[in-house]
Design a binder for this molecule. Structure first.
Ligand code: SAM
Ligand code: FES
Length: 341
């Protein structure tokens, strides 16, 4: 296995058969090589992103997601412009230099409303980056948001395999459109992030290899991956969660196939294991995304059951992340944390 991992690092690529072996392996050396690679490029810096979950209204009905339109049991909310700006103010004081505005696909947030919010944030915090994570929109919409000042966009492709995509989404959602959105975002100069859930229902090793191939072709700036975790209000409530080792193996492989990637140690990883985020960093991740949303909103933005950090204040999460990162010999960098190209 050691030779294969060295080969992966040297070529930044492998055959499908070889990828399958590395994906399924249980070998500390994989994490060690990925960790060394991350430190070579980003040092022992971990970048902070302040997540502002500003709406849990969503017009989509993804079978796995807790805020899907079909889940009638959750209380819906939208943050006002003032509340969003208040989150940024708190975050800035806590050392955040990137704000991630994430939400369901909520038609209330038109281009005009969003552009005003983006401009306002940029005016108050010109040294900060704005990341959007608000799903699929048209080219013109992405263009307006970019011109208003958005710097980055996160849109997980969810799965690169079309048949697998169909098992996770209703008929009217399209895998081609999602991939096309990602290409448009790159074209418009966004630092772009794709990604997928590990262990989502019906996912196979072959699907994950398709994801790796898609990432090699897209060459994104960021890749967000975390375990699938079932939500009791969804059709996939009885499916099992994705596991830790597969997620760590994929983080490490991503670091070795595209060494400059920004890779978060996700909240979902911290949810399936108390030490998940730390282990993610030790397998090559270099970003953490603590929550800046108001505490009463957090409990309503439940993408999956038992999500962590839903009772804590922003300051508590920021403090907690500093400590966690320090304990494993890394430090939180108070910078925008752009992708090193
Ligand atoms: N609406 C935007 C979009 O579609 O990109 C952003 C919000 S969406 C809820 C953010 C991500 O949460 C999705 O891309 C998905 O991968 C992840 N997610 C949703 N349900 C999940 C679950 N049950 N377990 C783990 N991750 C989940
Ligand atoms: Fe939220 Fe630790 S990061 S409590």
């Amino acid at each position: 296995m050691k030779e294969l991992i060295d080969k992966l690092e040297a070529l930044q690529n492998l055959s499908r058969e070889e990828f399958a072996q590395v994906l399924l392996c249980d070998n500390e050396y994989l994490f060690e090589r990925a960790r060394i690679k991350a430190v070579e490029i980003y040092g022992k810096n971990i970048y902070l992103r302040g997540l502002i979950e500003f709406t849990n209204y969503c017009k989509n009905n993804c079978f796995y997601c807790g805020i899907r339109a079909g889940n009638k049991k959750i209380e819906r909310y939208r943050l006002t412009r003032e509340q969003i700006l208040e989150c940024c103010k708190n975050g800035y004081a806590l050392g955040f230099r990137t704000f991630v505005l994430q939400g369901g696909e909520d038609p209330h947030f038109t281009d005009e409303i969003l552009c005003n919010i983006i401009k306002e944030i940029k005016k108050s915090y010109p040294d900060c980056a704005i990341t959007l994570s608000i799903g699929e929109r048209g080219y013109e919409s992405y263009e307006l948001l970019r011109k208003a000042g958005a710097d980055r966009y996160l849109l997980r492709h969810e799965t690169a395999n079309n048949e697998h995509y169909r098992t996770l989404h209703p008929e009217k959602m399209s895998p081609d459109n999602r991939k096309n959105c990602l290409r448009n975002l790159k074209k418009l100069g966004y630092q772009t992030g794709c990604g997928f859930m590990v262990g989502s229902p019906y996912q196979t090793t072959e699907h994950i290899i398709d994801d790796l191939m898609f990432i090699k072709e897209l060459k994104p700036h960021m890749v967000g991956i975390g375990p699938f975790i079932p939500h009791s209000g969804t059709p996939y409530k009885n499916e099992k969660s994705g596991n830790m080792r597969s997620t760590l193996n994929i983080i490490a492989i991503l670091r070795l196939i595209q060494p400059n990637l920004l890779i978060p140690a996700t909240t979902a990883l911290g949810t399936i294991d108390e030490q998940g985020r730390e282990l993610g960093i030790l397998a090559g991740a270099n970003v953490v995304m603590p929550n800046l949303s108001p505490v009463d909103a957090r409990k309503k933005y439940m993408l999956y059951d038992n999500k962590i950090c839903t009772g804590e204040e922003a300051a508590e999460c920021a403090f907690c992340m500093h400590n966690r990162v320090k304990k494993i010999g890394y430090k939180i960098a108070v910078t925008r944390g752009d992708c090193h190209v």
